[in-house]
Design a protein. Structure first.
Length: 202
């Protein structure tokens, strides 16, 4: 399978390429507010190096995460998908982080929103429980936390920082291609989680 992935949900701007089921290329930076500056350049390089018209799709991060980053990444993905007649494979930030977690106990995945607030999704044995919401990380009490964005826990047991990676998106896209692939690219939208409650008493 030949796939392209675009990640832009936090400070990381990253693009990866899979050819014949193997990841062969990656461009990435953690520079703040770099999405509009570097992602177009990354895609120009990839377009000149690979025949994207023969790819099976474009995996795109749809959030939750940075409002601006999501908007820029999805706009670029849609434009490229339209020009090359490719489907999109939308992948949530929670699924990117959850991909390599092996934990049979209940745990939370957190994605930084603003200040000390995080988008929160509860899991039990890798299965999502209830709907996501926004929480003050200082008031979240649980045994296991996996999180991305602003690093707040320093060497605390069972609190794991997860750096987002566009390579992981390719693995998710390949493993779940039939389920996630969307031909109607205009139907794909960012997962802003804008209509959820702010819970300060978890």
């Amino acid at each position: 399978m030949n796939l392209l992935s675009i990640l832009s949900v936090d400070n990381t701007s990253s693009v990866s390429v899979m050819i014949n089921d193997k990841i062969v290329d990656n461009f990435s930076t953690d520079d703040y507010n770099s999405h509009s500056k570097v992602l177009p350049g990354y895609l120009v390089k990839i377009n000149s190096k690979y025949d994207l018209g023969k790819f099976d799709g474009i995996a795109i991060s749809i959030g939750p995460g940075s409002y601006t980053g999501l908007r820029i990444g999805l706009s670029l993905a849609k434009g490229l998908a339209f020009s090359k007649n490719l489907p999109l494979i939308p992948i949530t930030t929670f699924d990117i982080i959850n991909y390599k977690i092996i934990n049979e106990s209940p745990y939370w995945i957190l994605v930084h929103s603003h200040r000390d607030f995080y988008f929160a999704q509860k899991y039990n044995n890798s299965i999502k429980i209830d709907e996501p919401f926004v929480v003050d990380i200082n008031k979240l009490e649980c045994d296991y936390i996996y999180y991305s964005g602003k690093e707040v826990y320093k060497n605390e047991e069972n609190k794991t920082y997860s750096k987002l990676n566009s390579d992981v998106m390719l693995q998710i896209a390949m493993d779940n291609y039939n389920e996630l692939c969307i031909q109607d690219i205009n139907s794909v939208s960012p997962n802003y989680i804008s209509n959820v409650k702010l819970d300060t008493n978890v």
